[in-house]
Design a protein around this ligand. Structure first.
Ligand code: AKB
Length: 317
């Protein structure tokens, strides 16, 4: 990788990934792509190039790719699961019509492409525990349908045209920098903000609902490590299962209570979020990622909780 374009650079993953990539490859080699209304600010804006880059406008993306001699695109443009369920046409336009544009630009300009998939690509018929890499994918959400399509279309571009497409299935991502917006797993971020602000947390997900989660530093490492992996070792390409922890609401609550003994949580289950969460696996088997590109996460629930609380306390006071 020499010249990288991050599309969605101001979003939950993009804001941190762009800075990590600039740290590795040099500030001037990583372009922050954003859309109007989500302009970069502060360090993200000042440390390197930034360009308007809307996935629904293929010609504009191609112009940025040519201008900077881009060879690698991180395509992070997407609506998360809950928002997508309420705006299905827009979710498809960004997730799939947009992906088509990106893959065409990549084909014409010899770029590698990373477009994340998700645990949302699975459905209720998928084996819920130790979900295998290659298994049933019959999601019930438009988000999941678009993620399965993302995996298949990306694989097809690799087989048909040799475009170097690679991706992981992200679990719920937990970060202390940019909050997520409109995901089913967002509760696992919101709960830390409530704890640090001294507020009672109202949990929208029912007790006993397990989902895979991951701390952002491990997720960023996965992106970089997969894109740097030796292609000769890759049996799979798009949609590697990755995992580092799986928990249900009372377990994250208990982990936070060890630091904040007065913290309170009550349940007020949100029907849409719960129906999505119940259709997703409990825990993925990530042995293919470990074998094919040495995936090896570092944070578990307790070490993530200690770090999240420390960082949020510093930032929020
Ligand atoms: C969501 O909840 O929609 C996302 C995801 C797991 O893909 N965080």
């Amino acid at each position: 990788m020499k010249n990288i374009l991050v599309i969605g650079a101001t979003g939950q993953i993009g804001s941190e990934l762009t800075m990590k990539l600039r740290g590795i490859y040099g500030n001037s080699h990583v372009v922050a792509g954003y859309i109007h209304g989500a302009e970069p600010k502060g360090e993200l804006l000042e440390s390197g190039p930034a360009e308007v880059c809307d996935v629904t406008d293929g010609a504009a993306v191609a112009a940025v790719v040519k201008k900077y001699g881009i060879d690698t695109i991180y395509n992070l443009a997407a609506l998360l699961s809950v928002v997508a369920e309420n705006k299905p046409r827009l979710a498809w336009k960004i997730g799939i019509d947009g992906l088509w544009n990106i893959l065409e630009v990549a084909r014409e300009n010899s770029c590698a492409v990373f477009t994340p998939s998700s645990i949302g690509s699975f459905g209720p018929e998928t084996p819920a525990d130790g979900t295998p890499q290659d298994t049933v994918q019959r999601p019930r959400t438009i988000y999941g349908v678009s993620k399965v399509t993302t995996e298949l279309l990306s694989d097809w571009y690799f087989r048909k045209y040799g475009v170097d497409t690679r991706s992981v299935r992200f679990p719920g991502l937990i970060s202390n920098v940019t909050p997520p917006g409109g995901g089913t797993t967002d509760y696992a971020v919101d709960i830390y903000y409530a704890a640090v602000r001294g507020e009672r947390f109202v949990c929208p997900i029912a007790a006993g609902t397990y989902m895979d989660m991951m701390y952002m530093p491990d997720a960023l490492q996965a992106c970089v490590q997969l894109m740097e992996a030796d292609p000769a070792r890759l049996v799979h390409r798009n949609g590697f299962n990755i995992a580092s922890m799986s928990f249900e609401p009372s377990q994250i609550y208990a982990a936070i209570r060890r630091h904040c003994p007065d913290f309170e949580m009550v349940y007020e289950v949100d029907a849409l979020k719960q129906s999505i969460a119940s259709s997703w696996p409990n825990s993925l088997d990530d042995s293919c990622a470990r074998a094919e590109w040495d995936w090896n996460p570092t944070f578990d629930l307790d070490s993530m909780t200690a770090d999240m609380l420390e960082k949020l306390r510093k930032r929020l006071g």
